[in-house]
Design a binder for this molecule. Structure first.
Ligand code: UDP
Ligand code: MG
Length: 189
């Protein structure tokens, strides 16, 4: 029943001194932190984390395009792989601006709960109460695109249990992910 997911506190979160506040939100829900470290990613790790998957490129293209259309803003890209490649490059640059905090979080439905807690990709659309909504709501596609960079949205979280397994293996060695009991286990076991 337990699932594991990967979160990263991106360089903007670390630089803004939000490590403790973001991590404590996950702890407060009853989810268990089973791996935790600070890493300054090299080019290879950044590229593997943001690998250019066609399915992801299609989603990212559709999501950004529909936001632009809703706001009546021009969206000049026609090809999802061209757009995906640019976002991948910008993501890699952003991820390597400084060290990140990587954490493995475990619990029932951990992937879904953690995605809900970080909120919408575009902080401007993220609900209050979510990490992106509470700490970065003034950030938007309009600002990011104008500055030719990705959204500075504080945190990454795996988007499915399968992605989580792939991402955890990139950031953690098996012996860096731990198994222990916490106070909430009696509720779920
Ligand atoms: N991103 C962006 N502009 C876009 C699409 C994506 O800046 O048009 C960045 C943003 O920082 C996002 C990351 O790329 O967090 C990964 O995109 P994804 O669609 O996987 O969003 P997430 O899963 O982080 O919500
Ligand atoms: Mg994602």
């Amino acid at each position: 029943m337990n699932e594991q997911t990967l979160i990263l506190i991106k360089p903007d979160g670390v630089m803004r001194g939000l490590i403790g506040r973001i991590i404590s939100r996950f702890e407060e829900t009853g989810l268990k932190i089973v791996g935790l470290k600070m890493v300054w990613a090299d080019d290879k790790l950044a590229k593997s984390h943001y690998h250019l998957d066609e399915e992801w490129a299609k989603n990212v293209f559709a999501k950004t395009k529909s936001t632009h259309e809703k706001e009546g803003k021009p969206f000049k890209f026609k090809d999802h792989m061209e757009f995906g490649g640019l976002i991948q490059q910008w993501n890699m640059e952003f991820l390597r601006e400084g060290p990140v905090i990587a954490a493995v979080i475990e619990g029932p439905a951990a992937v879904e709960i953690v995605r809900k807690m970080i909120g919408h990709t575009e902080p401007k659309q993220a609900a209050p109460g979510t990490i992106r909504g509470d700490f970065a709501m003034i950030e938007s596609y309009a600002i990011a695109n104008d500055k030719q960079r990705v959204l500075r949205n504080l945190a990454h979280a795996s988007d499915s249990p399968e992605t989580a397994q792939r991402e955890i293996a990139l950031w953690f060695k098996p012996n860096e992910v731990h198994s222990y009991k916490n106070a909430h286990d009696s509720l779920t076991e």
